[in-house]
Design a protein around this ligand. Structure first.
Ligand SMILES: [Zn+2]
Ligand SMILES: [Zn+2]
Length: 154
């Protein structure tokens, strides 16, 4: 199972809840919020909201997923793409590899998509002087689905 391999490759212990949450996030077409994850796991009664909160924190801490600031100050969670690459090593997950990419936010449906191809070229001089803890690049617009439905309404 691919999800289980992510944990073992990273040297982390998979639990039932961790696997369930990570699978849910990886199967979603865009980033999910805590309530959305809870909703998708509602058929599995052993995972309450607190358990899922803890799992999300744990997965974020270990860089298997990353947090994206969505609307209404609610966090959305997306899988960290680096996990799937051959060269991934957990100890390489410094600021230089973690939060560098941009996110597309659809103004209509709220869908958030990672754009790993778009990364800032950060001057080393700034990083030497300033302790950057996270970088959040947000691009707002209208996704293909929403653009399509606007088009069909007219
Ligand atoms: Zn949309
Ligand atoms: Zn992302």
């Amino acid at each position: 199972m691919k999800i289980q391999k992510i944990f073992t490759d990273a040297g982390l212990r998979p639990t039932k809840a961790r696997i369930a949450v990570l699978s849910t996030i990886s199967e979603a077409p865009s980033a999910l919020s805590h309530p959305e994850i809870l909703d998708r796991l509602s058929n599995q009664k052993e995972f309450d909201r607190v358990t899922i909160y803890r799992v999300l924190d744990w997965l974020t801490e270990h860089h298997l997923i990353h947090k994206i600031s969505g609307d209404n100050r609610a966090w959305k969670y997306q899988i960290s793409q680096k996990q799937f690459s051959e060269s991934f090593k957990p100890q390489q997950q410094l600021i230089s590899t973690d939060h560098h990419h941009a996110h597309l936010h659809c103004k209509i449906c709220g869908q958030i998509t990672c754009v790993h191809e778009l990364e800032p070229h950060f001057p080393a001089k700034i990083l030497a002087q300033y302790q950057v803890s996270s970088i959040d690049i947000n691009i707002k617009g209208v996704c293909a689905n929403c653009a399509d439905s606007i088009h069909h309404k007219n």
